[in-house]
Design a protein around this ligand. Structure first.
Ligand code: GLV
Ligand code: MN
Length: 230
């Protein structure tokens, strides 16, 4: 009886020890490390013959060419006029640049018209670093612990960091166009764009959820939803 109690206790102590060792490791995980030099992605494109996996299968090495490691998606200015925010984001992630598959990195080009903004959003799978190439940009984020708002106006050559998962934005507060490049420690950082997520989801989030959450009338919620096509 005493021996079985000791065994049981020993097992629980072992479980807690393993958990305490693993927790910090788990919470610091970004994309997994690559197991080979490269793995140029074969994008599923909805094909049911390719099994869903966490990432993408590799193109056979014999078919890989130099073109797989270069990307020209940042050469042109994004069109900042076709959305209500006055910004254009050109993604350089595994979906647009399959050579990034398994490398754990991605970048964006962000063009912002004067007065425009890259609206509040968060990246569930990556921290973000960015550099302003042109213009005057207000960059800010809010912490999860205590809702502390950190912000600064940055100019050409200045850099910022957005801790993983935190809500952030960039706003062009200058008179001319702004251009920045951002970098992520994930091949597909994901973006939860708050206005679109909350007011443009399909199907829409019920009005009563949003009226209660934002403490406003249903009319206000419907007005915002109408702007985001819900
Ligand atoms: C900027 O915040 C970006 O996600 O590129
Ligand atoms: Mn971002």
């Amino acid at each position: 009886m005493a021996a079985s109690l000791m065994n049981h206790l020993g097992f629980r102590v072992l479980c807690f020890t393993v958990l305490f060792i693993m927790l910090p490791l788990m919470s610091h995980c970004a994309d997994p490390d690559p197991l080979q030099d490269f793995c140029v992605a074969i994008l599923n494109n909805g094909s049911s013959s390719i099994p869903g996996i966490n990432g993408f299968p590799c193109k056979p090495a014999s078919e890989v060419t130099s073109e797989d490691f270069f990307f020209d998606g940042f050469t042109k200015e994004g069109d900042t006029t076709n959305n209500v925010f006055g910004s254009a984001l050109s993604p350089g992630n595994v979906l647009t640049f399959p050579g990034l598959n398994t490398q754990g990195i991605a970048m964006n080009r962000v063009d912002i018209a004067p007065g425009g903004m890259n609206p509040p959003h968060s990246h569930p799978r990556a921290s973000e670093a960015g550099v302003v190439i042109q213009g005057k940009v207000l960059v800010g984020f809010v912490t999860a612990a205590g809702n502390v708002f950190y912000s600064k106006v940055l100019r050409k050559g200045e850099m910022f960091v957005i801790p993983r998962g935190l809500v952030h934005f960039q706003m062009n507060v200058g008179k001319n166009k702004a251009l920045l490049f951002t970098a992520f420690n994930s091949q597909l950082p994901g973006a939860v764009v708050l206005p679109l997520t909350l007011f443009g989801s399909k199907p829409p989030i019920p009005d009563e959820v949003l009226t209660k959450a934002f403490q406003v009338d249903a009319e206000v919620v419907r007005g915002i939803k109408a702007k985001f096509g819900a």
